[in-house]
Design a protein around this ligand. Structure first.
Ligand SMILES: *Cc1c(COP(=O)(O)O)cnc(C)c1O
Length: 402
């Protein structure tokens, strides 16, 4: 089992030991080629590192791991009924160590940073990549420098601080933070783990294991659609890469169609898809789906390509729909997501409304991040009852809420 690095643009190739993050000749994005056979890839996928034959590290036995991946694949019949689709499954990525799928790319990138002898890790994040990278850096014993947009809420940077990361809030958007992080990577030789392929080609390889796990979880024919929230675009592009590999290795005959979901308050990708135009920078992102409020999706071109190849589509959803769907997901199926994490479900609702997804469809919604980080969205203090410590009072209340 081995791999090579390859440039998307000029097609140059390098061996696995090359300490590269982008093409030194043309500045293009890097991709990877594996010599794996179908028999090297588990049929009943377990955790992420069981797909090591398709991961770009030389020493998977030295993986920096916290038990990422191997997340539940849950039938969600009540939510399916509410959405008006025949079958719905949730790929529950909230169950990763720091609460989001970002633990997969963090595990892979920090493992690769160690084997390339990087002196430290730098990452830009608007909420989830930062804490994930900080956790894996702690485990690896590597210094972690994290740049977050000035408006990042405390609970997100405190999670990273808890893991010992040095956090700075930079005035500007997440795209500004990515540019500054790239400068740190260049100046200090740090491994840059931001989840944008041009800076960190390893991230898509980790995201693709979500697709592999879904392939091993569904029975027989592929579902009709897989709905995925899109910020920078690496997640959706990575999932498509996984399905492509599964087809190339003969594991599946046909891939599902991909549904890209963005918030109406920041939808550069949906706009480009709908209008057939180039992707342009979104002026002023404003959405409750904070962690996909990315003004410029650096992997947007790969997303458009994946949508074309999968015969997919793209929809934008409102904040009120995101909030409602996040609550319904929790109340009907017991899965607590942040609004970004439930955007996939809101996208299915919108796609049903537009007639894109049919009533007879089987759909998977990838639930990307936990609602524990946005807990203030749930419940209402008004619904809390203060009761005296007495049997009659408790029973009276029980009667009242029936
Ligand atoms: C990062 C993130 C996404 C989107 O991933 P991109 O690669 O930026 O498109 C979706 N959901 C959650 C919870 C995230 O943290």
């Amino acid at each position: 089992m081995s791999f090579r690095l390859a440039c998307y643009r000029c097609n140059e190739r390098w061996g696995a030991e090359a300490p590269l993050y982008r093409c030194p000749k043309c500045e293009g994005r890097l991709s990877f080629e594996y010599s794996a056979a179908s028999s090297d890839v588990p049929a009943d996928g377990g955790r992420m590192w069981e797909y090591r034959a398709l991961l770009p590290v030389m020493h998977p036995e030295r993986a920096v791991t916290l038990g990422e991946g191997g997340t539940p694949f849950l039938p969600a019949p009540k939510l399916a009924g509410w959405l008006g689709v025949d079958r719905l499954f949730l790929k529950d990525e909230t169950r990763n160590p720091t609460g989001t799928y970002k633990d997969r790319p963090a595990s892979l990138a920090v493992t690769r940073a160690l084997e390339l002898n990087a002196p430290g890790i730098v990452v830009a994040s608007d909420g989830n990549t930062g804490p994930a990278t900080a956790a894996y850096s702690a485990r690896a014993g590597l210094r972690c420098v994290l740049l977050m947009p000035g408006a990042t809420p405390p609970f997100r940077y405190r999670q990273a601080q808890a893991f010992g990361a040095s956090v700075a809030l930079v005035s500007g958007t997440v795209n500004d933070c990515i540019d500054r992080a790239a400068e740190i990577a260049e100046a200090a030789g740090y491994h840059h783990t931001t989840t944008a392929t041009i800076h960190n080609p390893y991230q898509m390889e980790a995201a693709k294991t979500i697709a592999w796990e879904m392939v091993s979880a569904w029975d027989g024919e592929a579902p009709d659609w897989v709905a995925v929230p899109v910020g920078g675009g690496g997640l959706l592009a990575g999932i498509w890469r996984g399905f492509r590999e599964a087809m190339d290795l003969g594991r599946i005959r046909k891939a599902p169609r991909l549904l890209a979901v963005q918030a109406e308050g920041c939808a550069p990708l949906v706009t480009a898809f709908r209008d057939g135009t180039a992707i342009s920078v979104w002026g002023a992102p404003s959405t409750v789906a904070l962690t996909i409020g990315v003004p410029y999706p650096l992997d947007g071109d790969l997303v458009l390509q994946a949508l074309e190849e999968s015969d997919g589509s793209a929809v934008a959803v409102t904040d009120s729909s995101l909030t409602l769907v996040t609550r319904r997901l929790a109340e009907l199926e017991g899965v607590l997501a942040e609004p970004t994490g439930a955007a996939s479900v809101a996208g299915v609702l919108e796609a049903r409304r537009q007639g894109l997804v049919e009533e007879t469809a089987a759909v998977i919604a990838v639930i990307t991040g936990t609602g524990m980080k946005t807990i203030e969205l749930f419940g209402a203090d008004g619904a809390l009852k203060a009761l005296p410590n007495r049997r009659e009072a408790i029973l009276e209340w029980l009667e009242a809420i029936r």
